[in-house]
Design a protein around this ligand. Sequence first.
Ligand code: FES
Ligand SMILES: [Fe+2]
Length: 349
Amino acid sequence: MLTGFWYRALRSEEVRPRQLVPVMLIEVPLVCGRTDSGQAFAMRDNCPHRGIPLSYGWFDGQNVQCSYHGWKFDACSAQCVEIPSLTRDDKLDPNKIRAGHFHCEERDGYLWVFIPDPGTSGEANAPAPVLPTFSENYRRTHLWAELPSNVDHGIIGLMDPAHGPFVHSAWWWRKRDSIHEKEKHFEHIPLGFRMSAHVPSKNSAPYKLLKWYAGDADVTTTIDFVLPNLRYETIRAGKYWFASLTTVTPITRDRCRIDVAAAWNIFLHVPLAMTIARHFGKQFVEQDRQTMVQQAQGLKHNPSLMLIDDADKPAKWYFQLKASHLESKRTGQPFKHPLAGPVTLHWRS
Ligand code: FES
Ligand SMILES: [Fe+2]
């Protein structure tokens, strides 16, 4: 599990006014919320006094108060502002005490939390990732599922082209007998790789629909994977577009969550378009979840596993990117990218 990155901790709609929400993220217990002035925050869910989770306490819209001895902390800075047991003669200055604190940004319907490398200041090295959009008017939706898997299995599921016709076999997506050979070009991007803009698979109904909707415009798809867990997909067809940012977030060593945020500017005025899109999207995520549940059954017995060329090449790159990143952090040497230049892969799906 990689530190020094932003992660989606929870969906904005899970945080109600004046509520403290406990959430586990990369094995760090957090308590999240939003102040009355609308600022999202994330603290470590342990009181610095005796360790009880702060999420059992109270939140007045600005300060979090521990349920054990009532110490109060400013939610945004985590600085202690009051210790009720102190007398006038006590020398202790509460302001010198801080609870654990994490950078938190709310964006695209999520609370993003920066998990710093151990022993660093905790300062985020960049803003939280953004779901790209290409026009003023668009619709947006969110889908999610918890997976009983280590984050690596969740992530390689994101970039695994060969499972489509089997796991996602459906009349509206693709069928097993529609498998055909594909050639895809890849290039390197910072901390990741890109499946270069290409004409999307013709064997799926959504692409046919988009093609029909966009008239003469050429349809192209670009898919990026970026460490630690980000998969961006952008489909453009003239002035129409669809974009998604999918993440697989480590909760603990053997649990993760897939979150999909998708936005588009097609069918904006068609009644029920959102309901229909969500219906199919949910089906898709559920198929992946089911597969992960089944895979977890098999993995309990520690079988040996394989990654083959070319269909599993993106998964290999993921492991190499991770290893290079950790190596460069350990040694201070520049990051060695596993893709030296453009690469073409072939597989059937
Ligand atoms: S444990 Fe929180 S105030 Fe004592
Ligand atoms: Fe899938």
